[in-house]
Design a binder for this molecule. Structure first.
Ligand SMILES: *[C@@H]1O[C@H](CO)[C@@H](O)[C@H](O)[C@H]1NC(C)=O
Ligand SMILES: *[C@@H]1O[C@H](CO)[C@@H](O)[C@H](O)[C@H]1NC(C)=O
Ligand SMILES: *[C@@H]1O[C@H](CO)[C@@H](O)[C@H](O)[C@H]1NC(C)=O
Ligand SMILES: *[C@@H]1O[C@H](CO)[C@@H](O)[C@H](O)[C@H]1NC(C)=O
Ligand SMILES: *[C@@H]1O[C@H](CO)[C@@H](O)[C@H](O)[C@H]1NC(C)=O
Ligand SMILES: *[C@@H]1O[C@H](CO)[C@@H](O)[C@H](O)[C@H]1NC(C)=O
Ligand SMILES: *[C@@H]1O[C@H](CO)[C@@H](O)[C@H](O)[C@H]1NC(C)=O
Ligand SMILES: *[C@@H]1O[C@H](CO)[C@@H](O)[C@H](O)[C@H]1NC(C)=O
Ligand SMILES: *[C@@H]1O[C@H](CO)[C@@H](O)[C@H](O)[C@H]1NC(C)=O
Ligand SMILES: *[C@@H]1O[C@H](CO)[C@@H](O)[C@H](O)[C@H]1NC(C)=O
Ligand SMILES: *[C@@H]1O[C@H](CO)[C@@H](O)[C@H](O)[C@H]1NC(C)=O
Ligand SMILES: *[C@@H]1O[C@H](CO)[C@@H](O)[C@H](O)[C@H]1NC(C)=O
Length: 847
C-alpha cells in the first residue's frame, strides 16, 4: 500500500521534472542574449534573474512556451541601484522575442514613450500592462497592428495626444484602459468596432466633444467609464440597449446635456450608474422598476438639472445620490432616508434645499411650473418652518395614532400633566421676576450639581436624537461658529426645525452654558429666543436646542435675494426695519429694566437679533447675559465713577456689564438699519470708528435732509417715512455718545422708537405740548437732553452743503434750519432749540 503510493508520487515528480526541463528550457540563444540585454538595460537585479540557470524555469516573471519566451512580468520589480539612478524605457531587446504574448511592467518606472516598433515586432502580443510606469509621449498608431491584443492597460501614465483611430483594428481587444493620462481629442469612432470589448475605461483624461454613436456597437461591454473628461453633447440615442451586458456606467464629471436614454433604466444587470456632475436636464424616468437588483445597485445623478418629482425608479437602487438637482415635490416613502442623498434640490420637507428663487427661476426658464415647495402662495419667501410642518404634522398623526392605539395612552396623559405643571411653574417664575443672582455667577465656578437642576428645564434630548436631527453635525447644517459654540440647523424626529448649539466644553468654559441655562430657567419673554431643550450626555460636548428662527438674524436678512426678478437683492423695507428696531429695544428694555436683578446682554449686534417668520424679534446670543454692574443698586455711583471712553473702546474680550455698553451697541444696529451697513459691527474697531466719524456728522436734529446723504440707497422712503428714518438716526446718534453717562436708557430709546415722529416733529399747538409734556417729556429729554454736547463731540458739517442749504446763515456754528421751517430753531443754537422743545428741565433725568 505504502509502496504503491510512493511510486505514484515519484512518477508524478519525474513527470513534472521532465516537462519543465524539456518543454520550458529556453532553446533560442538570440532570446537568451536579448533577456540579458533587457536585464542590464532595465537594471533588473540578479536575485530576480540569476546567471547560469535557465530563465524559463528559474527567472521570476519569465514564462516560456515551446522553448521561447512568451511572457515577461517585471511588475513591481525593484531595480538595481544603478538602474534606479537612470530609469529608462529601454526595452529594445524585446523586439527579439517574436513569440512574446504578454508583457507586464506595471509599477516599474519606464520614463519615455512607447516605441513605434511595438506595433511592428510584437505581433503575438496579447497582454500589455504598462500601468503606472510614468510613460510619456503619444500612443503610436502602430499599436493598431497588434491584432491579437486582448488587454491593453496604460492607465496612470503621462500619455498625451489623441487616441489613434487605428485602435479600431484591435478586434480581439477585451480591455482598453487608458484612464488617468492626458489624452486629448475625441473618442475615435473606430472604437465602436471592438465588439469583444468588455471594459472601456477612458476616465480622467482631457477628451472632448461628444460620444460617437458608433460606441453603441460595443455589444460585449460590461464596464464603461468615461468620467472626468470634457465630453459634451447629447448621449447617442442608441448608445445603450436593454439587452446590454453593462453593469457599470460611469459618465461622471463631464458636460453632457439633454436626457438620459430611457432604455438605460431597463438594463437588467446594471449595478452602478454614475452620471453625476454633468448638465443632464430631464425628468427622472418612471419606467416600471424592478428592485431585484436593489441589493448592491448604486445610482448617482447628483449635480445635474433633473427636475420634476421623484419616481419609483429609485427603488431599483440600494443607494441613490440625487443631490444638486431640481427635484420638486414630496419625498415618497420608498426613498429611504439613510441610503438617499437629497440635498440641494427643490424638495418639500427636506433640509438644505435650494432657495425658492433658485427653484422658481429654474422652472420658469424652462417654461415649467414649480410647486413652490407645496405652498400655494408663490410670492412668499420660502419659510423652511412651513415646509417642515407638513412632514411633522404627518408624522405626528402617525405617532399619535400609534400611541393612542396602545397602552401609551397613559404615558401620554402623564406627560401632558407634567407639561402643564412645568408650564405653570415657569409662569410663576416669570411673575416673580427672575432671581438670577441666586446662582453663583461671576464668583467661583458653579456647583457640580448645577446641571442636574436644569433637567426639568425644557426637554432632555439624547445625543443620538440630536445627531440624527443635524445629520451628524454635518457642515451643510452649520449655521455659524458662535463665540460660545457652533450653531447647527436640525430637524427633530417630530419634524420640528431647531437650532442646536454645540458647545465644546474643553474650549469653552463650563460656566458659559450653565449661565445661559440659568438665564433660561428664569426668563421666558416673547422677545427672547425660546430654549427647547438640552443634552448633557457627553462629557465634553454640551448641546442646547433652540427654536428655529425662519428669518435667521438681522445681519443675514437685511438683504435677501429678490424673488421676483431672479437676481438682485431686495432689502427689508423701512416699516420692517422700524419694527425690528422696536422689537429689539423691547427685549433689551426688558433685560435692563424689568428683570430683577437687572441684566445686560453684552452681545448686542445684528447677528444677535433673531427674526421669526413674521420678522418679530427674538434676542439670541445669550451666553454673555449677566447682572448689571453694581447689581442695579449703585448704578448712579458706578456711572459717575466710570471714566469716559470706557469699555467699548478698548479691545478687551469681555465687554463691560453695563447698560450703557448695550445701548452703544444698539446704536450701531440702529445706524446700520438707517444706512444699510450692518456688517460694520463685525469688523474691526478702527473701521467702526472711521465709519462713525464719516456718518454721524450727517445726523442733526436741525436738518432732516442731511440724513438722506447716509441713507441706505436701497430704501425707498417718502417724505413721511423720511421723518421716521431721521428720528431713528437721531436716536442712534444719541446711543453712540462716546460718554456712557450721556447715552439714553433703553426704556427711553424704546419710547422714542415707538413714537418716531414725536422725536422730530414740533407740536403746533402749545396746549398739545403741555398735555403731552408729562408723558413724553422724560424719554424725549433723554434723547435730546444733551444733544448739544454730543453734537459738539464730533459734528463737522460739510462746507459744500452750507452753500446749498436754505437760509443757512448761522449754519456752521450751531446747525441749520429744519425742513419743517421752525423759525425758533433758526440761528438760535442748540440751547434755544432744546428749550423751545420744553425739555431743558429734564436734561438731568437720565444721569
Ligand atoms: C535583437 O533585435 C535588435 C533590433 O531588432 C537587433 O539589433 C539585435 O541584433 C537583436 N539581438 C540579437 C541577439 O539578435
Ligand atoms: C506577474 O503577474 C501576476 C498576475 O498575472 C502577478 O500575480 C505576479 O505577482 C506578477 N509578478 C511576478 C514577479 O510574477
Ligand atoms: C508550441 O507547440 C505546440 C505543439 O508543438 C503548438 O501547438 C503551439 O502552437 C506552439 N506554441 C507556440 C507559441 O509556438
Ligand atoms: C501585472 O502584474 C500585476 C501584479 O504585479 C497584476 O496585478 C496585474 O494583473 C498584471 N497584469 C495583467 C494584465 O495580468
Ligand atoms: C515621472 O517622471 C517625472 C519627470 O520625469 C518625475 O518628475 C516624476 O517624479 C516621475 N514619477 C514617478 C512616480 O516617479
Ligand atoms: C503597423 O502600423 C503602421 C502604422 O499604423 C503601418 O505603417 C505598418 O505598415 C504596420 N505594420 C504592419 C507589420 O502591419
Ligand atoms: C477606470 O480607471 C480609474 C482610474 O484608473 C479607476 O479608478 C476606475 O475604477 C476605473 N473604472 C472602472 C469602471 O473600472
Ligand atoms: C473633473 O474632471 C476634470 C477634467 O476634465 C478634472 O480636472 C477635475 O479634477 C474633475 N473633478 C473631480 C471632482 O473629479
Ligand atoms: C451647463 O450648462 C450651462 C449653460 O448651458 C453652462 O453654463 C455650464 O457651464 C454647464 N456646466 C457644465 C458642468 O458643463
Ligand atoms: C410618468 O408618469 C406620469 C404620471 O404618473 C405620466 O403622466 C407621464 O407620462 C409618465 N412619463 C413617462 C416618461 O413615462
Ligand atoms: C424583473 O426581474 C425579473 C427577474 O429578475 C424578471 O423576471 C421580471 O420580468 C422583471 N420585471 C420587469 C418589470 O422588468
Ligand atoms: C452626493 O453627491 C454630491 C455631489 O456630487 C456629493 O458632494 C456627496 O458627497 C454625495 N453624497 C454621497 C452620500 O455620496
Amino acid at each position: 500500500m505504502v509502496n504503491q503510493t510512493s511510486i505514484v508520487v515519484l512518477a508524478l515528480l519525474l513527470l513534472l521534472l521532465f516537462e519543465s526541463t524539456v518543454e520550458q528550457r529556453l532553446s533560442s540563444s538570440t532570446e537568451l542574449t536579448a533577456l540579458f540585454e533587457l536585464r542590464s538595460s532595465l537594471g533588473i537585479r540578479r536575485g530576480d534573474w540569476p546567471r547560469k540557470v535557465d530563465p524559463c524555469s528559474s527567472w521570476n516573471g519569465v514564462r516560456c512556451e515551446n522553448g521561447s519566451v512568451s511572457g515577461i512580468n517585471i511588475s513591481g520589480f525593484r531595480r538595481t541601484r544603478l538602474g534606479e539612478q537612470n530609469p529608462r524605457f529601454a526595452v529594445g531587446s524585446l523586439a527579439n522575442f517574436t513569440g512574446l504574448v504578454s508583457f507586464n511592467a506595471s509599477r516599474f518606472l519606464l520614463p519615455g514613450s512607447i516605441p513605434d516598433w511595438f506595433g511592428q515586432r510584437l505581433l503575438a502580443l496579447q497582454v500589455l500592462d504598462l500601468r503606472s510606469c510614468n510613460i510619456t509621449g503619444v500612443l503610436p498608431s502602430s499599436i493598431g497592428n497588434l491584432s491579437s491584443l486582448t488587454s491593453l492597460y496604460l492607465s496612470d501614465n503621462r500619455l498625451s495626444g489623441e487616441i489613434p483611430s487605428s485602435f479600431g483594428r484591435l478586434l480581439s481587444l477585451s480591455v482598453l484602459d487608458l484612464s488617468k493620462n492626458s489624452l486629448t481629442g475625441s473618442i475615435p469612432q473606430g472604437i465602436g468596432a471592438l465588439s469583444g470589448l468588455r471594459t472601456l475605461n477612458l476616465s480622467s483624461n482631457s477628451l472632448t466633444s461628444s460620444i460617437p454613436a458608433q460606441l453603441g456597437g460595443l455589444d460585449s461591454l460590461v464596464d464603461l467609464d468615461l468620467s472626468n473628461n470634457g465630453l459634451s453633447g447629447l448621449l447617442p440615442a442608441n448608445l445603450f440597449r436593454a439587452s446590454s451586458l453593462l453593469q457599470v456606467i460611469v459618465l461622471r464629471n463631464n458636460s453632457f446635456i439633454g436626457e438620459v436614454p430611457e432604455v438605460i433604466w431597463s438594463i437588467s444587470g446594471l449595478n452602478m450608474l454614475d452620471i453625476s456632475r454633468n448638465n443632464f436636464t430631464a425628468r427622472l424616468s418612471n419606467a416600471s422598476s424592478n428592485d431585484s437588483n436593489a441589493i448592491a445597485a448604486v445610482l448617482d445623478i447628483s449635480g445635474n438639472n433633473f427636475y420634476g418629482g421623484l419616481t419609483t425608479i429609485v427603488r431599483r437602487f440600494s443607494s441613490v445620490n440625487l443631490s444638486g438637482n431640481y427635484f420638486e415635490g414630496r419625498v415618497p416613502d420608498y426613498v429611504s432616508d439613510n441610503a438617499a442623498s437629497l440635498g440641494t434640490n427643490c424638495l418639500q420637507n427636506v433640509l438644505s434645499q435650494r432657495t425658492l428663487t433658485d427653484c422658481a427661476s429654474f422652472y420658469a426658464e424652462r417654461g415649467l411650473s414649480f410647486d413652490n415647495f407645496g405652498s400655494t402662495n408663490s410670492s412668499e419667501p420660502s419659510a423652511p418652518e412651513s415646509r417642515n410642518s407638513d412632514r411633522s404634522s404627518n408624522r405626528n398623526r402617525i405617532i399619535l395614532a400609534a400611541v393612542l392605539g396602545g397602552a401609551g395612552f397613559i404615558v401620554l396623559l402623564t406627560s401632558l400633566l407634567l407639561l402643564v405643571q412645568f408650564l405653570r411653574r415657569r409662569k410663576k417664575v416669570n411673575h416673580r421676576g427672575i432671581g438670577i443672582g441666586q446662582v453663583p455667577l461671576e464668583a467661583g465656578p458653579p456647583s457640580p450639581g448645577l446641571a442636574s437642576n436644569f433637567s426639568s428645564l425644557a426637554d432632555m434630548f439624547t445625543y443620538q436624537q440630536l445627531l440624527q436631527a443635524t445629520a451628524d453635525f454635518t457642515d451643510a447644517n452649520l449655521i455659524k461658529h458662535g463665540h460660545s459654540g457652533d450653531l447647527f440647523k436640525g430637524i427633530l424626529e417630530s419634524g420640528l426645525p431647531v437650532v442646536v448649539k454645540r458647545i465644546d466644553s474643553r474650549s469653552i468654559k463650563k460656566e458659559v452654558y450653565l449661565l445661559e441655562l440659568d438665564f433660561f430657567s428664569k426668563v421666558a419673554h416673547t422677545r427672547v429666543v425660546p430654549l427647547l431643550g438640552h443634552c448633557f450626555e457627553k462629557e465634553n460636548e454640551k448641546l442646547l436646542v433652540y427654536k428655529y428662527m425662519p428669518n435667521g438674524d438681522l445681519s443675514s436678512s437685511l438683504y435677501r435675494k429678490n424673488n421676483s426678478e431672479g437676481d438682485g437683492l431686495k432689502s427689508l423695507d423701512w416699516i420692517t426695519r422700524l419694527k425690528i428696531a422696536i422689537g429689539a429695544a423691547e427685549g433689551l428694555s426688558y433685560l435692563h429694566h424689568e428683570c430683577t436683578p437687572p441684566l445686560v446682554h453684552r452681545d448686542v449686534q445684528a447677528s444677535s437679533i433673531l427674526l421669526d417668520d413674521k420678522f418679530e424679534v427674538r434676542l439670541g446670543s445669550l451666553s454673555r447675559v449677566c447682572p448689571q454692574e453694581g447689581n442695579g443698586h449703585s448704578n448712579r455711583i458706578t456711572r459717575l465713577m466710570r471714566l469716559p471712553q470706557s469699555s467699548e473702546q478698548d479691545s478687551s474680550d469681555c465687554p463691560a456689564a453695563s447698560c450703557a455698553y448695550d445701548v452703544y451697541c444698539f446704536g450701531t444696529v440702529l445706524l446700520g438699519l438707517v444706512t444699510g451697513k450692518l456688517d460694520i459691527d463685525a469688523s474691526s474697531k478702527t473701521l467702526m470708528k472711521e465709519w462713525l466719524e464719516q456718518t454721524l456728522p450727517y445726523i442733526s436734529i436741525y436738518d432732516k435732509e442731511l440724513v438722506t446723504k447716509i441713507l441706505d440707497p436701497s430704501l425707498l422712503v417718502d417724505e413721511d417715512l423720511l421723518e421716521e428714518v431721521w428720528a431713528m438716526a437721531i436716536v442712534a446718534r444719541r446711543c453712540l455718545n462716546p460718554k456712557p453717562s450721556r447715552r439714553p436708557l433703553m426704556k427711553y430709546i424704546l419710547k422714542a422708537l415707538e413714537n418716531p415722529l414725536r422725536v422730530v416733529r414740533e407740536d403746533d399747538s402749545s396746549s398739545a405740548r403741555l398735555r403731552r409734556a408729562s408723558s413724553r417729556g422724560s424719554w424725549n429729554a433723554a434723547i435730546f437732553g444733551s444733544w448739544r454736547q454730543s453734537s459738539s463731540d464730533i459734528t463737522v458739517i460739510p462746507a459744500t452743503y452750507t452753500s446749498k442749504a436754505e437760509g443757512g446763515t448761522s449754519f456752521k456754528r450751531s446747525g441749520t434750519t429744519g425742513s419743517q421751517g421752525s423759525s425758533a430753531r433758526k440761528g438760535g443754537g442748540g440751547d434755544q432749540s432744546v428749550s423751545h422743545r420744553h425739555h431743558s428741565k429734564e436734561i438731568s433725568t437720565e444721569a
